[in-house]
Design a protein. Structure first.
Length: 253
């Protein structure tokens, strides 16, 4: 007998909550390490960048220009790869397998030694995220990989080195997502369904940024936070932040 739709939705919430609990309980040390790296960069006059391809770009974008977030987080854009608005949408997946693209992007970007780069890739197996991490570290950036370690254990790398994203980072945050990114199955649906990677990865990113803000405050520094433009005084507050940190914010150019 097939399950009622309500039971399936309950199962999805239960699965997502279970993954979030695992991330909270098992990734605390990595979250604190990533937050310390962000705080170090901010305190030293550096910047923070995020990158993700396809749907992995969603958690990367979620912490950029975000009310209640750190103002110095910038999206590292690879044309045709960030998001699914490119046509055809499959082009983004194809570009993830192009050798050398990451190096070109980083060489023409504003990143500099001492910055932090979050590279988000669920599988971490394609050349683009692997090379992004390798090249960024060679340039003197601290690289935080946000990925599913399960893929490195159960799939083959597509990079010439045979390595995964997790093998080329200073800090790794494991999203705990199973290979295939589908939490549910049902007899009426031909394939597993209901991905949870965006939910968990976004939570990990927000947890890092919240911890980084608290870490900066604990050090006696003022974390450069943004406020919502939909509360009184929000736009004015943000305008002051933009002016104060204009040389470290690139999403306004």
């Amino acid at each position: 007998m097939n399950e009622p739709a309500g039971d399936l939705s309950d199962r999805y919430f239960d699965a997502a909550i279970g993954l979030l609990r695992r991330a909270r309980d098992e990734e605390g040390a990595a979250i604190r390490a990533a937050a310390a790296a962000v705080a170090d960069a901010v305190e030293a006059g550096g910047r923070v960048f995020t990158f993700g391809a396809g749907h992995s770009s969603l958690p990367a974008q979620d912490v950029v220009y975000r009310a209640g977030g750190l103002a110095l987080v910038n999206l590292l854009v690879v044309p045709g790869v960030v998001g699914v608005d490119v046509r055809p949408a499959t082009l983004g997946s194809a570009l993830e397998q192009v050798d050398g693209l990451a190096g070109v992007v980083l060489d023409t970007s504003p990143v500099r030694p001492g910055d932090v780069l979050f590279v988000i890739s669920l599988s971490g197996r394609n050349p683009l995220p692997v090379e992004m991490a390798q090249k960024a570290r060679a340039l003197g950036l601290t690289v935080v990989g946000v990925t599913s370690v399960a893929y490195a254990e159960q799939t083959a790398s597509r990079h010439a080195s045979g390595t995964f994203l997790k093998d080329n980072c200073d800090i790794v945050l494991d999203s705990k997502i199973a290979v295939g990114d589908a939490e549910l199955s049902d007899g009426t649906v031909a394939a597993p369904f209901a991905p949870a990677s965006t939910v968990v990865t976004s939570a990990l990113m927000q947890a890092v940024m919240a911890t980084a803000a608290a870490e900066l405050a604990a050090r006696g520094a003022t974390p450069p936070m943004l406020r919502s433009g939909n509360v009184d005084g929000g736009h004015e507050w943000n305008a002051q932040i933009f002016e104060q940190y204009r040389d470290r914010i690139f999403y306004r150019n």
